[in-house]
Design a protein around this ligand. Structure first.
Ligand SMILES: Cc1cc2nc3c(=O)[nH]c(=O)nc-3n(C[C@H](O)[C@H](O)[C@H](O)COP(=O)(O)O)c2cc1C
Length: 396
């Protein structure tokens, strides 16, 4: 019996297994609009065997995009483009589809990763824009100097998260993940390294959490209970003056009290001077374990979970409730199906790919020597239980 392939209820969402595709920026949007690339990319991952695919960090306002190529969800056109994508994918593939909503704050107005050999920040000629942050502290001396957000800016950004959540719901997403990690705007508010405010939004941890909790609470009020609402946070800043794991526990407790359904425990990217230990397999699982133990919150572990064996052990041990897989899914967009075979679990395939199912293809154990034999019927002899054999019909 595999723990990884036990169903889970995430908020109001029923997922068939504990695997999520972690959000990954594609830098392939035009004016924030989803393109054919997103359909191909997310569509492929929706066939990965993961229970849910979480789409990349998507900005709630134009100034919140990391790059010109980042997705946005702040106009009707953005909503329509993402709505079409979700509708088309759901006709064909079984995974739930989520979206990460965020704002880059002082880390906005950058070049996409493929152009960063030229330097991180956009120049004026390239269309750089004014960045915002809790305090007017640039990432370092080579970065744009952000404007400290006044009360009108706080209200505008708060509303932008709520509006984007409404749009995500109308577009058909099953899950929204609030991006509160990796040194972007919400994390900038949380950390004393980046938040030097002297008003009600700075100073004590309670004050630094205020903006984030106001946003999460307002999003909770508009995001349906039958879907899932999550929050990605840094468990520690790895910085002598930064957030600690105790702070992460406090934040998770507050998010849980608001009704946020899960947290993803990540780390990194807040500011220069953070001393992050070298990554090892499952190097952030400990944070998920800690928060889960301290708060009882549903947790996702993420970070260098490259093998099904490790994912299975994380869930089996109870260290986390789910695993989010990033680069492993880019490497092998059938990661979840292969994980099922390695765990000896019989899962549905879409009819188009049924000839490659472990019991249907004698090449499977040759291609994947770690796959365990699945005892049961030849799956071509029984109908698909997922209903995915009628691609013209929206079944969920
Ligand atoms: C290409 C790429 C883009 C990423 N974009 C995002 C993102 O949009 N939001 C986010 O929270 N994390 C992002 N990440 C981090 C991943 O979601 C994940 O946390 C990280 O890669 C560690 O997991 P892994 O070892 O399974 O890749 C990105 C990672 C990669 C490789």
């Amino acid at each position: 019996m595999s723990a990884l392939f036990q169903p889970i209820q995430l908020g109001g969402l029923n997922l068939p297994n504990r695997i999520a595709v972690s959000p990954m920026c594609q830098y392939s949007a035009v004016e924030g609009l989803a393109q054919t690339w997103h359909l191909v990319h997310v569509g492929g991952l929706a066939l990965s065997g993961a229970g849910v695919v979480v789409m990349e960090a998507t900005a709630t306002e134009a100034a919140g995009r990391i790059t010109h190529g980042c997705l946005g969800l702040y106009t009707d056109a953005h909503e329509e483009a993402l709505g079409k994508l979700v509708t088309e994918i759901k006709k064909l593939a079984p995974a739930a589809i989520g979206i990460q909503l965020g704002h880059a704050g002082r880390r906005a107005s950058c070049r996409p990763v493929r152009d960063r050999w030229k330097g991180e920040c956009l120049t004026a000629e390239e269309g750089a824009w004014q960045t915002v942050a809790p305090s007017a502290i640039p990432y370092d001396e080579t970065w744009h100097e952000p404007v400290a957000m006044d009360s009108a800016a706080l209200e505008r950004v708060r509303s932008s998260f709520v509006d984007a959540a409404r749009r995500a719901d109308r577009a058909g997403f099953d899950l929204v993940e609030i991006h509160g990690a990796h040194g972007y705007l919400l994390h900038q508010f949380l950390s004393p390294v980046t938040n030097h405010r002297t008003d009600a939004y700075g100073g004590s941890l309670e004050n630094r959490m205020r903006f984030v909790l106001e946003i999460a609470q307002a999003m909770r009020a508009v995001w349906p209970r039958e879907k899932a609402l999550g929050f990605r946070m840094n468990s520690t800043d790895w910085h002598p003056e930064g957030l600690t794991q105790d702070d992460a526990d406090t934040l998770a407790k507050a998010l849980k009290a608001i009704g946020v359904d899960y947290v993803v425990m990540s780390a990194g990217n807040l500011a220069p001077g953070c001393k992050i230990p070298p990554a090892a397999p499952g190097h952030q699982v400990e944070y998920a374990r800690r928060v889960k133990a301290a708060t009882g919150m549903t947790t996702m572990a993420v970070g260098l979970i490259a093998t099904a064996d490790l994912a299975e052990r994380i869930i089996e041990s109870g260290d986390a409730d789910m695993v989010a897989i990033g680069r492993g899914m880019l490497d092998n967009p059938r990661w979840g199906l292969l994980a099922a075979a390695e765990c000896g679990v019989d899962v549905d395939y879409v009819p188009q790919y049924i000839r490659s199912r472990p019991n249907n293809w004698i090449g499977f154990p040759i291609a994947h020597p770690k796959a365990r034999p699945i005892v049961g019927t030849r799956q071509m002899d029984r109908p698909s239980s997922g209903g995915w054999d009628r691609p013209d019909v929206v079944t969920k």
